[in-house]
Design a protein around this ligand. Structure first.
Ligand code: NAP
Length: 286
């Protein structure tokens, strides 16, 4: 089960999983783009077990509806890859009024994972994979106000914080899974820099074309490898983090890397968890 599977890294991850015989669900914002991706993956891999599901992670109503549909279709889920993301868009808020990057990159996936947890727990050794970014280096906290405002909006900082939130969520979820004695694990990955359509708007005064050139370090196929290792490495343990092994983790084959210390901060984890539950009006079932 992979979000944002119609382009970039998600498309590559889904393709490899389909090639290896998995039943893959492509959860995408646009049903049409999901179907186009399913057809392309089917043609490339010969897989006949690719499904599509419409979900807009920027709307918690949409997340709830999609989770219901999925739970009716599949009793258990082995792999939940929370890949969809947006980077440095102009200021906008989600249906619930949360700044769009925190909403799509973190909050939508927080609720998605909460609603699908029952199906994950039914599959022994199942995994939740969060996709972060090197941008987490810039973020040292979680904003106190998730609504924010256009006037003090810093697009790259907001992206970086949403990507730190993914690491905090991974570690906090793993603690709860451990306490519950579950065999499901939560792991994270980041792709370094990979050629995809991620940058769609100016970033910090840079034109999209220039900002995009900063992500040219490797192909989307290579950029997908850390997520695939996090998803499939039989030696992976809960709370681990995978990234390219080359200089500054920008490219190269995937290796296990150190989680930043602040991802283990109980204060930051508690703050993220509390604010996520409040923003979503939901109690996480762990
Ligand atoms: N490429 C890199 O160098 C890089 C570096 C660090 C981290 N990442 C992370 O890697 C992940 C994948 O990004 P990518 O590089 O593959 O970029 P991408 O090609 O733009 O893929 C992003 C995917 O997320 C989907 N998405 C966006 N908003 C959504 C929403 N509201 N609901 C559901 N799906 C939504 C997009 O769907 P649409 O096509 O409908 O917009 C698209 O399928 C992201 O989490 C990104 O932050 C990428």
């Amino acid at each position: 089960m992979i979000t944002g599977a119609n382009s970039g890294l998600g498309l590559q991850i889904a393709s490899v999983l389909a090639q290896r015989g998995a039943t893959v669900v492509l959860a995408c914002r646009s049903e049409q783009r999901a179907q186009d991706a399913a057809a392309a993956i089917g043609e490339k891999t010969g897989s006949r077990t690719i499904e599509t599901l419409q979900v807009d992670l920027g709307s918690l109503d949409s997340v709830r509806t999609a989770a219901d549909v999925l739970a009716r279709r599949h009793a258990r889920i082995d792999l939940l890859i929370n890949n969809a993301g947006i980077a440095t868009p102009p200021f906008a808020v989600s249906a619930e009024g949360v700044e769009s990057q925190m909403a799509v990159n973190h909050l939508g996936h927080f609720v998605w994972t909460a609603l699908l947890l029952g199906s994950l727990l039914k599959a022994p050794g199942s995994r939740v994979v969060g996709i972060s970014s090197l941008a987490y280096h810039v973020a040292h906290d979680i904003p106190d106000d998730w609504r924010g405002g256009a006037a003090n909006y810093q697009p790259f900082l907001a992206y970086a914080r949403s990507k730190l939130a993914i690491l905090l969520f991974t570690r906090a979820l793993q603690l709860r899974l451990d306490r519950a004695g579950a065999s499901t694990i939560a792991v994270a990955a980041h792709p370094g820099g990979a050629r995809t359509d991620l940058i769609r708007s100016p970033m910090g005064g840079m034109k999209p074309s220039l900002a995009k050139s900063l992500l040219q370090f490797q192909s989307a196929e290579k950029g997908a490898l850390p997520a695939l290792r996090a998803a499939l490495d039989p030696q992976a343990k809960g709370g681990e983090f995978f990234a390219p092994g080359g200089p500054m983790q920008l490219w190269g084959l995937p290796v296990r890397v150190r989680m930043p210390g602040r991802a283990g901060s109980p204060n930051l984890q508690d703050k993220l968890w509390r604010m996520s539950e409040q923003a979503a009006n939901l109690q996480f079932p762990l």
